[in-house]
Design a protein around this ligand. Sequence first.
Ligand code: FES
Length: 158
Amino acid sequence: MRGSTEKAPDQRGINRREFLYYGTLSSFGVLIAGSGVASVIYVVPRYEVGQFGGKFVVGKVVDLADGSVTPDREGKFFLVRLGDEFKALYQVCTHLNCLVRETEDGFSCPCHGARFAKDGRLLAGPPPRDMDEFAVEVVEGMVVVDTGRRTKGEKRSV
Ligand code: FES
């Protein structure tokens, strides 16, 4: 017979088997949660400023004249100023992904002859929509283009 220090079954807390069970279970939980967090960190792209997919500081608002077109080769966009509005037009054609070129009155695609207005609107050719645009914001007087946020051009048939 054991001494009087032995506790009743409902007062003992957890036994060794339960401790191992819960310990193993919580270890797997921590392992799975850690793997999930690591996977998310690995999959979510991180870009630096000036790297395609990230943000580009183009210049001061006051230095960009109305009607100006500023190409950015690294960012693959044309920054167009139209009055108080800025548009960052993606240089890749919305037809079959050729690079469009700047013309006197807008842009043209050398592959199949598409023409776009200065605001990116499709004027002629086979593309199904206007030029795509990147998000533009003005931060402390500087124009910043976010090449990670692209909006597809409006569908248009000409
Ligand atoms: Fe530009 Fe076809 S790829 S018109």
